[in-house]
Design a protein around this ligand. Structure first.
Ligand code: ADP
Length: 397
C-alpha cells in the first residue's frame, strides 16, 4: 500500500490539489485536480498523471454555496473511495501569509495555527480559505501531519530597502512592509535554473509569474532581492481582476468623492479591475487574445506595457539582467504576450527567437541575445509536497 501526501493550494474561489507518493514527491503526482467555482456552483475535476480525466462533476449533490472547508471534506471522501487503497500520511498547504515570523515551511500545531489566524488581517481574502482547508483536514483525520508552506517565505531574504515603504517608521515596525507573494512558484523555478542556465543561474535573473495573479521576482544567487507585489497581492502588475500598482490617492478619491465604502473599494480593486476592468469583456487572457474588440486589445497592451515597466524597476534593483524566465498560465502559453513584453526590452539586449517563442520552446531568445529568455512551467504543488515530506518525523533535518 502506498503512503501519500495530499497537497492543497486553496485560492479565493478554487482549491487545486495533488496527491504525491510520500516516499518521493519528486517522482510526480499520482493524481491532481481542481475544485473551481466555490461559492457559486462548484465544479470538480481530477486527472491522472497523463492528463486523463478520472472524475468530472462529482459534486452534484452538494450545496452550491458550500465553502472551502466543506469541499475539502468532500474531496477527502472522494479520495478515500477512489484513490486505489493508498494511505494518507500527511497534508501540505499553501498558506499565503507567513508574516515576519515564518520564513520557511512549518509543521502545523495548535500554537502555529493561532499564529496563522492572527495573520489573517494581512490577507483577509486568502488566508481564511487556506486555514479552512487545514481545519477540515484536522476534523477528517485528527492528528494527521500537516505542514504550512508560505507564499511570502521565499522573499524574506530581501534587503531591508526592498521591504520598506516610505511610511512613518512606527508602521514599518508594526509589520506594514513589502512581503511579496508567489514564493512557492519562485522557489520551484529557482530549483530548475541550474539545469537550464548552468553557472548563470546564480546571476541576475527575473522570473515573470504571469497567471490570473501575476508578479515578478528579481533573484541573485537564486534568492529573492526584490518583487513587484508588496503588502498585499494587489500591487505590481496588471492581473486578471486586480489592478496592480495604483496611486494611493485614487483610493482616497473613491472613498471621499465617490462615497464608496471599504467593501465596495475592495471589490473594485480585487475583483473588477485588471484585464476584466480594462477590457470590459473577461479576466481571461486567452479569451481576450481571441477577441477582436479594441478594448480587449488595449487590456493586453496595458498588461504588457506595465510588465515591461515593472521589469525595468527590477533590473535597476539587480543592476543588470542575465536571464528572464516566463512561467504560469500566461507566461507558459501566450507567445503573443511574451513577444509584446520582450519587444520593449531591446535596450537590455533581449533578442527573441520568434519561431522558438511561437513553439513555446524552453529557450526563446536568439543566439545573439545578451539576456537568455526561457519558458519554464511552474509546479507549486511539488514544492509543497517536498517540503511536507522534509518535515515528516524521521526525515534528516
Ligand atoms: P492562476 O493559477 O493564478 O489561477 P494560471 O496560472 O492558471 O492562473 O493562469 C491563468 C491564465 O493563463 C488565464 O488568463 C488564461 O487565459 C491564461 N492562459 C492559459 N492558456 C493560455 C493560452 N494558450 N494563451 C493565452 N493565455 C492562456
Amino acid at each position: 500500500m502506498t503512503d501519500t501526501i495530499l497537497v492543497f493550494n486553496a485560492g479565493s474561489s478554487s482549491i487545486k490539489f495533488a496527491l504525491f507518493p510520500a516516499s518521493d514527491p519528486g517522482a510526480g503526482a499520482l493524481l491532481g485536480g481542481k475544485i473551481s467555482g466555490i461559492g457559486r456552483a462548484p465544479d470538480f475535476i481530477v486527472r491522472d498523471p497523463t492528463g486523463r480525466v478520472l472524475e468530472e462533476d462529482g459534486l452534484e449533490a452538494i450545496d452550491p454555496g458550500a465553502g472551502h472547508g466543506e469541499l475539502t471534506i468532500r474531496l477527502l471522501e472522494w479520495l478515500r473511495d477512489n484513490d486505489g487503497g493508498t494511505t494518507l500520511v500527511a497534508a501540505g498547504h499553501r498558506v499565503v501569509h507567513g508574516g515576519r515570523r515564518f520564513s520557511g515551511p512549518v509543521v502545523i500545531d495548535p500554537d502555529v495555527m493561532d499564529q496563522l489566524e492572527e495573520l489573517t488581517s494581512l490577507a483577509p481574502l486568502h488566508q481564511p480559505h487556506n486555514l479552512a482547508a487545514v481545519k477540515a483536514v484536522s476534523q477528517w483525520a485528527p492528528g494527521l501531519h500537516q505542514v504550512a508552506c508560505f507564499d511570502t517565505g521565499f522573499h524574506r531574504t530581501q534587503p531591508r530597502l526592498a521591504q520598506l515603504f516610505a511610511l512613518p517608521r512606527k508602521l514599518s515596525d508594526e509589520g506594514i512592509l513589502r512581503y511579496g507573494f508567489h514564493g512557492l512558484s519562485y522557489e520551484y523555478i529557482a530549483g530548475q535554473l541550474p539545469d537550464h542556465l548552468g553557472p548563470r543561474a546564480d546571476g541576475r535573473v527575473v522570473i515573470a509569474h504571469l497567471g490570473n495573479g501575476a508578479s515578478m521576482c528579481a533573484m541573485k544567487e537564486r534568492h529573492s532581492v526584490a518583487t513587484t507585489m508588496g503588502f498585499t497581492a494587489l500591487d505590481g502588475l496588471v492581473m486578471g481582476r486586480r489592478c496592480g500598482a495604483l496611486d494611493p490617492g485614487v483610493v482616497l478619491h473613491l472613498q471621499q468623492s465617490l462615497d464608496m465604502s471599504h467593501d465596495e473599494i475592495q471589490q473594485l480593486l480585487y475583483r473588477e479591475s485588471g484585464l476584466l476592468g480594462v477590457s470590459g469583456i473577461s479576466n481571461n487572457m486567452q479569451v481576450l487574445q481571441e477577441s477582436s474588440e479594441p478594448h480587449a486589445g488595449e487590456a493586453i497592451d496595458l498588461f504588457c506595457y506595465r510588465a515591461a515597466c515593472e521589469l525595468g524597476a527590477l533590473v535597476a534593483a539587480l543592476e543588470g539582467l542575465d536571464a528572464l524566465v516566463f512561467t504560469a498560465g500566461i507566461g507558459e502559453n501566450s507567445a503573443k504576450v511574451r513577444r509584446q513584453i520582450c519587444k520593449r526590452l531591446g535596450w537590455l539586449g533581449v533578442v527573441l527567437d520568434d519561431t522558438a517563442n511561437n513553439e513555446n520552446r524552453t529557450t526563446i531568445s536568439g543566439p545573439h541575445s545578451k539576456v537568455q529568455v526561457l519558458v519554464i512551467p511552474t509546479n507549486e504543488e511539488l514544492v509543497i509536497g517536498q517540503s511536507t515530506r522534509a518535515l515528516m518525523p524521521g526525515q534528516p533535518g
